[in-house]
Write a protein that binds this ligand. Structure first.
Ligand code: GLA
Length: 742
């Protein structure tokens, strides 16, 4: 049993394969968090763990049978204003202006599996026997007749617990949700490092690690998108924990809008974690008989370091989050014309690129921005999703047919949520744009945002996008989103419900995704937001892959992909080889290194392939052949971080993927700046079977797995004949193919 409920003692014990999560009902009917960590034996009660000591100068709920002082309790999901002075998970305002709630335990039910949500991305389990169970704890505020359902789903095999909350108003009056986070977790001490993934456009998800300190530390978004700046995924790890040992908790949110991840270290050195919709710029009116469902928070714990934590999450995503149609399906190798042509293309140029791509083994041609309206730069036409005819003198459909006839799939770029003032759509529907009455509207990339809370907007987008897909047999859509929302106001909502806009906007985006993915179940979506500005689990539910970053420089990509790998899977990351000097950094890196970095994800090429020399064409054809041979491993293997770009001087980076039965692994080692006459270097492989015998790069010598992992593999500076000469320059890289010896 994954969930044990002891009705007599009021203890709940959630167990995954290796973790325990325990809470219980307090005398006053609220819930107290007891333990989350490495699995422990089940008992009817864990009394000692709930011993309460009297603290001076703090309010008390009870002083008789037990000492219940809210500030000194580790609470499961607490409310504002009754003596818990930390930031709390919810705040609900009743129609007399009160913000106090008294939720008491009413009942708990355990059910098999996990149902999807109808209007939002969510984890799911259709049939996993007893390995996936959901506990729903019903709490009731009697005065308001307001129900609060706390849901905990245990995904036993992946050591993952998913939490969310639903409020249901059974009362006669409406209430206002001022805060409604997805989870709260109170840990008993504060000896953790807060590890998060932050950055900017073209510099996404760099790792930052700092020890917790008293007070609140948080990352968030108020952009109505998860953002380039902070990712909703973060970890808390013991200071000595690293990739391969030590305790670490991971938290993520299945949501794409404003979020808050905060950790508050209080006066008793406990740590309160809150994850959910950012309470700033949020409010929700809940009328009688209505309910509000928070997005889901994903929790995981590993006592064997962060590699295992990431691997567990990856498995969880592929089994319980990503659309099953694509979750384990290998992804096509693509060519995208963006960096190759930008807006400067016509059908002939595209056909030439497609022909060259096909001859090198590429499988999908993606036509990026500029094919619609009269868009020849980024000033116009967003919203006009019909063909920019002058660019296709031979006909748009005709070009796509030719590309299909070549044996390539065809993909197309859209930016559905946007509107340009220079567009037919704006002339017809100026009121569809998000803007605040009487105030200026701030442009970003010369564009504005459609009000996705409006059904007529969703209908228009669904109709126009469907038409293009159907008429032309589109196989793939790159759904971009290139600006954040300012002057947020919706003329679709009354004055006193404007705080609902941010969440309703995201629900509108999900609605459109839902309608399109239902109508075109085989259409592969890649999400994008100026690169990785909306790289989150909400998007991954509909679009199984995302454009990781607009930065295609291989060296910058080491940091971006390394950072991203902590909270996401390789098959989620779009990784492209682009031209040199690189458009974002001006850096010149060897083609081999550009390939060796892009292999660890969904490989693509983003340049004008027709400009390759014969030698480069051969090299790319070889790269593609190689990737196809090992694609399953690169996209779905277990990823191991070996040496990170955020450690030390970051000059050497290495990582590896290993297959299920450990008979095959491919490790990579990248060296940024070359050095003359440096010391001896070894790479310590990970994830191999210690008892298996292996060959490395087809050498005849045999190595045991334990030797390769513990004694390491020597990397000579001297280049042997058949090895890559670029090793002697800056930005060199090497791959190690480790195969079980037969
Ligand atoms: C964004 C995307 C790019 C490209 C351009 C097109 O920046 O991240 O990949 O699609 O838009 O305008």
């Amino acid at each position: 049993m994954a969930i044990n409920v002891n009705e007599q003692t009021g203890f709940f014990h959630l167990q995954t394969a290796n973790n325990s999560y325990i809470f219980h009902i307090l005398n006053n009917g609220e819930l107290e968090q007891v333990y989350y960590g490495k699995k422990i034996h089940d008992k009817s009660a864990f009394k000692r763990l709930t011993t309460h000591e009297y603290k001076n100068s703090t309010p008390s709920w009870e002083m008789n049978e037990d000492v219940l002082q809210p500030e000194a309790l580790k609470l499961e999901y607490s409310g504002f204003g009754k003596g818990d002075f930390r930031y709390t998970a919810y705040q609900i305002e009743s129609n007399n202006g009160s913000r106090i709630n008294e939720f008491q335990f009413k009942k708990a039910t355990v059910s098999k599996g996990k149902k999807r949500f109808s209007n939002m991305p969510a984890s799911f389990s259709d049939d996993d026997g007893n390995d996936v169970q959901t506990l729903t704890v019903v709490m009731l505020d009697k005065l308001l007749n307001l129900e609060m359902q706390l849901a905990f789903t245990v995904f036993a095999n992946q050591d993952v617990i998913v939490r969310s909350t639903k409020f249901i108003n059974h009362g006669n009056h409406s209430v206002e949700l001022n805060r409604a986070l997805s989870m709260q977790l109170d840990l008993p001490d504060d000896d953790y490092d807060f590890i998060h993934f932050s950055g900017s456009w073209a510099r996404e998800r760099h790792l930052y690690r700092s020890h917790l300190r008293p007070g609140i530390q948080s990352i968030n978004s108020l952009r109505i998108a998860s953002g380039h700046q902070h990712n909703p995924f973060f970890m808390l790890a013991r200071p000595k924990a690293d990739e391969d040992q030590g305790e670490a908790f991971g938290f993520n949110l299945i949501y794409s809008g404003n979020f808050l991840d905060s950790v508050e270290v209080d006066q008793y050195n406990t740590s309160r974690i809150l994850v959910g919709i950012n309470p700033d710029e949020f409010g929700w009116r809940l009328n009688p008989d209505e309910s509000f469902q928070t997005p889901e928070a994903v929790l995981t714990y590993s006592d064997q370091g962060m590699n295992l934590l990431s691997q567990n999450l990856s498995e969880f995503y592929s089994k319980h989050l990503v659309n099953p149609r694509f979750a384990n399906k290998t992804r096509p190798i693509l060519v995208n014309n963006w960096e190759g042509t930008y807006f400067n293309f016509d059908d002939q140029k595209l056909l030439n690129i497609a022909r060259a791509a096909k001859s090198l083994g590429i499988e999908l041609f993606v036509l990026d921005d500029g094919w619609f309206g009269h868009r020849n730069d980024d000033h116009s036409s967003l919203g006009d999703w019909f063909v920019n005819q002058p660019k296709f003198p031979g006909g748009f459909k005709n070009m796509i047919q030719k590309i299909h006839q070549m044996g390539l799939k065809f993909g197309l770029w859209f930016e559905p949520e946007m509107i340009s003032k220079d567009s037919k759509l704006f002339v017809q529907h100026p009121d569809w744009m998000i803007k605040t009455p009487g105030r200026k509207s701030t442009p970003s990339r010369f564009q504005f945002v459609l009000d996705m809370t409006k059904n007529e907007v969703i209908d228009y987008l669904f109709k126009t996008i469907s038409k293009i897909v159907q008429e032309n047999g589109i196989d793939y859509i790159k759904w971009d989103m290139n600006r954040n929302i300012t002057e947020a106001y919706s003329n679709n909502l009354p004055a006193d419900r404007q705080l609902e806009l941010a969440h309703r906007y995201i629900l509108g985006v999900y609605d459109l995704y839902n309608r399109l993915t239902t109508k075109f179940p085989d259409l592969l979506f890649e999400s994008c937001a100026s690169g990785g500005g909306r790289f989150d689990l909400g998007m991954m539910y509909y679009a199984p892959q995302a454009w990781t970053s607009d930065d295609t420089d291989a060296i910058e990509r080491l940091k971006i992909q390394y950072g991203t790998s902590y909270g996401y899977s390789l098959s989620m990351m779009g990784a492209h080889v682009s031209a040199v000097p690189n458009d974002q950094t001006g850096r010149v890196t060897p083609l081999s290194t550009r390939g060796n970095v892009a292999f660890y994800g969904n490989l693509g090429y983003e340049l004008d392939i027709t400009k390759f020399s014969e030698k480069e064409k051969q090299e790319v054809a070889d790269q593609i052949k190689f990737y196809k041979k090992y694609r399953q491993l690169f996209q779905f293997g277990k990823f191991y971080r070996i040496k990170g770009p955020f450690e030390g001087d970051g000059n050497i980076v290495s990582w590896a993927v290993v297959n299920q039965d450990k008979s095959l692994a491919i490790a990579a080692r990248y060296k940024l700046l070359n050095q003359p006459n440096w010391g001896y270097e070894r790479i310590y492989f990970k994830g191999l079977d210690p008892n298996k015998k292996y060959h490395v790069n087809d050498s005849s010598e045999i190595f045991y797995g334990d030797e390769l992992m513990n004694a390491g593999y020597f990397i000579p500076q001297m280049i042997h004949k058949n090895e890559n000469v670029e090793l002697l320059a800056d930005y060199s890289s090497r791959l190690f193919i480790i195969k079980e010896a037969k």
